[in-house]
Design a binder for this molecule. Structure first.
Ligand code: ADP
Ligand code: MG
Length: 567
């Protein structure tokens, strides 16, 4: 049977209903609201923010700031939907400098809660205002003047007008931890702002302004605000750069098994976000010091060019997409490892050592990074796929002419059913010199390193040879009086021999008698100085042995005649 309904009248939804629907998006939970409010205060240039939260924000959420405030005329506009003073052009969406751009937070909360806002603009002669809104209807709007600039918002009964939504609010425990996470994220990323946070009628937690360049102070305040006396409250930190990219890591060596007491934060351009695989990378890299099944506190601050991140992938904007995520991963892992190295020396120690002549400065014995450290460097070229590495290895093993080593420097080989011996130093000298010759002759390009490699080597003769080295494909930059950075490598140089080649080149140029680079003299230098203390991976050596120049100049055929003369 058909029931005939009268044609439903299509009505345009009243504005305040639209706002309530929107409120559901913005005010999914008190933590999202506090985020919007803190962003507004920071956008207004606040250096002091006082927060009071009662009943996890459901009862009262108050925030007072000393930002630039609003004039009496502007105040009501702040509570209109799509009212924003921030979004000017579409491109602004791609820039992270200003936090809010939807112009909906205040309108949404005004439609739902009971709210009072008082504000005083920076120009103290100008009137600010006081505005009261209850569930979308304006109760009061009067001019108001104060002796200090800033804005205060008191939000009572967050779901006053939408009681159904109250039911959807998660359990109080999870609500509290979400709020805390959000608050501490702001506290951490704004060390130049004083925050005071009061929960219910408990004592205020105060985070004093940390001096410029002392993010670490703020990190300590947050990580160890509740720490018991006697606990190790150390923080390990390191920073790595690549072009306009920067990754700073801060973490505690101590761990805890209680999730509530762990602080885990990722920031991109000072914006808090969540990313499971970056989080797992942190845990995996810190495995050597964090007890199994536990973790310590960490904060990772990523700086990327604004146009290389996409923040609009999620309505709550806590997820971020990076254009060059491989750069982020390698910088993250490298910096974590650098911090580990700095504080423990856990990583295997250096295998190749560069000895600068004593006449160059006070630092005669300087050490390069170890091969193990370079693995993070290798990793980024492998895109972190360890599987690929294994496959490559077995492949090379089956077709390798290498039968074994007679000593650390002499290798036994077999090509087309003939046997050969060769000195590793000769092999490398021949490979490197012929490759360099090709590089120069063919005007080949060198490849940029994703992360430039630092070498500790004091200012001196080497600096006069930067041009020569550049011609050879090794582009170097002096960072300070002690450290130079390698920016490019010729393509024939694989990652696992780059350190040794650089070491040899630097040592070669440091010799007082070298005025100009000569292939032949460098070749003979390599023949007696190539480091054989750190054995080459078989697959690298196999590849090198494919070079015809190497075959014809470094291999000695083991035939009857040769053997007779040996025996
Ligand atoms: P949006 O931040 O996206 O612009 P909001 O609804 O959060 O939208 O705020 C609307 C406007 O109200 C802001 O653009 C700003 O001009 C003003 N405003 C909000 N909070 C503050 C504050 N704490 N201090 C000064 N101005 C504020
Ligand atoms: Mg806003």
């Amino acid at each position: 049977m058909n029931t005939v309904y009268p044609n439903p009248k299509i009505e345009i939804l009243p504005e305040h209903i639209i706002d309530q629907i929107k409120a559901g998006e913005v005010l999914e939970r008190p933590a999202s609201l506090i985020k919007e409010l803190l962003e507004n205060s920071l956008d207004a240039g606040a250096t002091e923010i006082n927060i009071h939260i009662v009943e996890n924000g459901l009862d009262l959420l108050s925030i007072e700031d000393n930002g630039h405030g609003m004039s009496f005329e502007n105040l009501p506009y702040a509570f209109l939907r799509h009212a924003t003073s921030k979004l000017k052009v579409y491109e602004d969406l791609y820039h992270l400098q200003s936090f809010g751009f939807r112009g909906e937070a205040l309108a949404s909360v005004a439609s739902s809660a009971r709210l009072t806002c008082t504000t005083q603009p920076t120009n103290l002669n100008e009137a600010g205002g006081k505005l009261i809104i209850h569930g979308g209807s304006q109760e009061l709007l009067i001019p108001y003047q104060s002796s200090t600039n800033g804005t205060s918002l008191y939000i009572k009964d967050l779901f006053y007008n939408t009681p159904a939504r109250l039911k959807f609010i998660k359990s109080k425990v999870s609500e509290k931890s979400a709020l805390k996470k959000m608050l501490y994220a702001f506290v951490l990323s704004n060390p130049q702002t004083l925050f005071s946070i009061k929960w219910d009628d408990k004592e205020k937690e105060i985070f004093k302004i940390a001096p410029a360049d002392e993010t670490q102070k703020r990190v300590e305040q947050v990580f160890f605000s509740k720490a018991l006396k006697g606990i190790n409250s150390e923080i390990w930190t390191a920073t790595e750069y690549y072009q306009d990219y920067k990754v700073e890591v801060y973490f505690s060596p101590v761990t805890s098994s209680t999730p509530q007491y762990r602080h885990h934060y990722l920031f991109a351009n000072n914006r808090f976000f969540q990313d499971k695989s970056l989080h797992l990378s942190v845990l995996r890299t810190l495995e050597p010091i964090w007890r199994f099944g536990e973790s310590g506190h960490y904060m990772v601050k990523i700086t990327v060019p604004a146009e290389e991140v996409d923040v609009n992938v999620h309505p709550n904007k806590t997820q971020i997409k990076f254009l060059k995520s491989d750069v982020i991963y390698s910088l993250l892992v490298t910096s974590l490892r650098a911090a580990l190295k700095k504080n423990t020396g856990i990583l295997p120690s250096s295998t190749s050592t560069f000895t600068a002549p004593t006449s160059y400065g006070s630092n005669p014995q300087t050490q390069f990074f170890s091969r193990e450290e370079n693995q993070s460097f290798d990793l980024m070229h492998m895109n972190f796929s360890e599987k690929k590495l294994e496959v490559e290895n077995t492949q090379f093993h089956s077709s390798s002419p290498i039968l074994g080593f007679i000593s650390t420097s002499i290798v036994l080989l077999s090509f087309e059913e003939q046997f050969f011996v060769a000195d590793i130093r000769k092999i490398m000298a021949s490979f490197i010199s012929s490759s360099l010759l090709n590089f120069i002759k063919n005007d080949e390009l060198s490849g940029p390193l994703l992360i430039s490699e630092p070498f500790k080597i004091p200012l001196g003769k080497i600096d006069t040879h930067f041009e020569d080295l550049k011609d050879l494909g090794f582009d170097l930059d002096r960072l300070n009086s002690d450290v130079i950075a390698l920016r490019t490598l010729p393509r024939f140089v694989s990652q696992n021999i780059s350190r040794d080649i650089m070491t040899c080149l630097l040592n070669y140029f440091q010799q007082t008698k070298i005025a100009k680079f000569e292939i032949a003299s460098f070749k003979s230098y390599l023949e007696s100085n190539w480091p054989i203390t750190s054995p080459l991976p078989i697959h690298t050596l196999t590849q090198i042995l494919e070079n015809n120049e190497v075959k014809s100049s470094a291999l000695i055929l083991l035939n009857d005649k040769n053997l007779k003369s040996l025996l």
